[in-house]
Design a protein around this ligand. Structure first.
Ligand code: TPP
Length: 585
């Protein structure tokens, strides 16, 4: 207990722990990931990664049904996956408090789209709390558990990148024993959502909304700060910090509870300022809601898309923007690249060679879409690669080129399995490449069912991918070491030349898991013909001597994986030390 610096994510975890939550479930996704990772380190809790967000929410709902306070964590797109149970858990309500922490990514720092999760709160009719710093992240999460039990409803706590990842001071407290929820009695009218029961719960949901609206009118989660009456700003979450920094004299209505909104509170604030604007990111949820309530909102001049900064607010107001310190030391641009020794690289190298049409997926391997590999044609959402490959085949294919769905191990477990089942069920062909690098790499090396590494280090069985694919009905299942470039290319050529559906499992550990790096390679300048074959691998360790056009190898980056040696036809890449042990296949 005491004052400590915590990130918003850590503070949410701490808040859940102090509230007595004993179960935490989630699926990794930037910027939410560290919330559950931190929760897992706290005493007296069970925390686990689920294969996807829908399962995570269902596990937490089960724990809530059985009486435990439970926390669910995910990024904004994860809420799309969890939306199905969410909308009906809004009907059933809870027993133990159920809090869903969702982290949005305005500006798409690491996401495939930009969503404002406020819309989910309004759509599903569940309350949403919007902390604006780590102290509030902790306090609001605790309050969210109370609100959940008080109003018999799951509660959303929303974050964004700047809250999730920035650290600020919090006062930590003791863990409480939550009030007992009483013995579990059969109650199908509350928990079995068949139409007759659901219709009654729908009516309960409307009654609950009335109670929540009354709560919104009085709760101290919302705060009106009156300063200069010339301008009033309505905002929530991190935007509050930006508004205070950019417009220190403005009056501010800071909404900590962003669904439901209090009409009275907003009307009162609007009546006390001459001009009212809304500052929010990624969507106009608040502005639309205020207009729907009949509040006169002046245009803020801010863009709807992307992140808001204090500078953007000031320039939208016609004020001189503060001089940003970052401008003094701008970093050189560093395009994202697969790591040296990445086992995904040879697969994309081969896919490019065989001129495949690649329906891709989300993970480190999405970088295969970028030059020089440039061997991915689509990337939509987790799991989409498998269904899209089948759909492209149904459409008659693309210029007779092989169609290959490429998906990572975690992504396959998340939502690729049902896609593959669909292709088998409907008699589809084509090839699916599962890039099994033994980890969920992109989000920071979380375990998943394929590698059998659990969040709290329990001993479990790892998934037998080959057996799973065969059980789903795929008869052609092959395992290939992607570091063997010719084996990789041959397997892709062979499997795409037959009609039957096939699965190729490219298995080799993520380069960052390989502890014993080999000694680096070097270029024999005399033998190098500057053909550029090794450079086309896109390895960050390989460069080009601008003067001679010949390849160079950065010894500080090279891990000795030998991929470049295999593409060099002139034996110009030489090994000077012991070979790299790239792990067992
Ligand atoms: C619905 C959803 N949840 C979470 C994420 C965040 N996310 C992006 S890729 C990824 C997993 C990638 O792991 P894997 O498929 O094993 O590929 P790797 O990065 O290891 O190559 C996750 C969790 C997301 N984009 N969408």
């Amino acid at each position: 207990m005491g004052r400590v610096l915590l990130s918003g994510n850590e503070a949410v975890a701490q808040g859940a722990w102090e509230a007595g939550a004993t179960v935490g479930v989630g699926y990794p996704g930037t910027p939410s990931t560290q919330a559950l990772e931190h929760f897992a380190t706290l005493p007296g809790v069970h925390a686990e990664w689920a294969p996807n967000e829908k399962v995570a929410l269902e596990v937490a709902a089960g724990a809530s049904f059985a009486g435990a306070r439970s926390l669910v964590t995910m990024k904004h797109v994860g809420l799309n996956v969890a939306a199905d149970p969410l909308f009906t858990i809004a009907y059933t309500g809870v027993r133990g408090g159920l809090v869903i922490f969702v982290a949005d990514d305005p500006g798409m720092h690491s996401s495939q789209n930009e969503q404002d999760s406020h819309n989910y709160a309004a759509f599903a009719r569940v309350p949403m709390l919007d902390p604006s710093d780590s102290a509030e992240a902790l306090a609001f999460t605790k309050r969210a558990f109370e609100i959940s039990e008080q109003f018999d409803v799951p509660v959303l706590v929303r974050s964004v990148v700047r809250l999730s990842h920035a650290k600020s001071l919090v006062e930590t407290g003791a863990r409480i024993d939550p009030p007992p929820v009483g013995p579990l009695k059969p109650d199908p009218a509350k928990w079995v959502m068949m139409p007759a029961m659901a219709r009654c719960r729908r009516a309960d949901l409307d009654t609950r909304m009335e109670k929540l609206s009354a709560f919104a009118a009085t709760t101290d989660l919302n705060r009106a700060e009156y300063r200069d009456a010339a301008l009033g700003v309505v905002c929530s979450g991190v935007c509050y910090q930006h508004v205070r920094e950019a417009l220190p004299d403005a009056s501010v209505l800071k909404l900590g509870l962003t669904f439901p909104l209090s009409v009275d509170l907003i009307d009162q604030f609007a009546s006390r300022v001459d001009r009212l604007i809304v500052v929010e990111e990624a969507d106009a949820y608040l502005e639309r809601s205020l207009r729907a309530l009949g509040v006169q909102v002046s245009p803020s001049g801010l863009p709807v898309a992307g992140e808001i900064t204090p500078g953007a607010i000031r320039s939208a107001m016609g004020l001189p923007a503060p001089v940003l310190r970052e401008k003094d030391h701008t970093l050189p641009p560093r395009p994202p690249l697969m790591c040296p020794g990445c086992p995904h690289r040879p697969v994309f190298h081969a896919l490019r060679k065989i001129k495949a049409v690649v329906t891709g997926d989300i993970g480190c391997y999405t970088l295969g879409a970028l030059k020089p590999l440039a061997a991915m044609d689509t990337c939509v959402c987790m799991g989409a690669s498998v269904g899209m490959a089948h759909g492209a085949e149904l459409a008659g294919g693309v210029d007779g080129r092989p169609i290959i769905g490429v998906i990572g191990d975690s992504t396959f477990a998340h939502s690729g399995i049902t896609g593959l089942l669909n292709t088998v069920y409907n008699g589809g062909g084509g090839t699916i490449a599962i890039l099994d690098n033994r980890i969920t790499a992109m989000t920071g090396h979380q375990g998943n069912p394929v590698d059998g590494i659990t969040l709290q280090g329990r001993t479990v069985r790892e998934l037998d991918l080959e057996a799973l694919c065969r059980t789903l009905g795929v008869t052609r299942v092959r395992t290939v070491d992607p570091h063997d470039l010719s084996a990789t290319e041959n397997a892709l050529r062979e499997e795409t030349s037959v009609e039957d559906l096939s699965v190729l499992i490219f298995r080799a550990p993520c380069a960052l898991l390989v502890k014993d790096k080999g000694s680096p390679y070097a270029v024999d300048e005399d033998a190098c013909t500057a053909c550029g074959a090794c450079i086309r691998l896109g390895c960050p360790a390989i460069g080009k001597d601008e003067r001679t056009g010949k390849a160079t190898i950065d010894v500080a980056l090279c891990v000795g994986c030998s991929q470049c040696v295999q593409v060099c036809r002139f034996d110009a890449i030489v090994h000077t030390g012991p070979a790299c042990d790239l792990g067992e296949v």
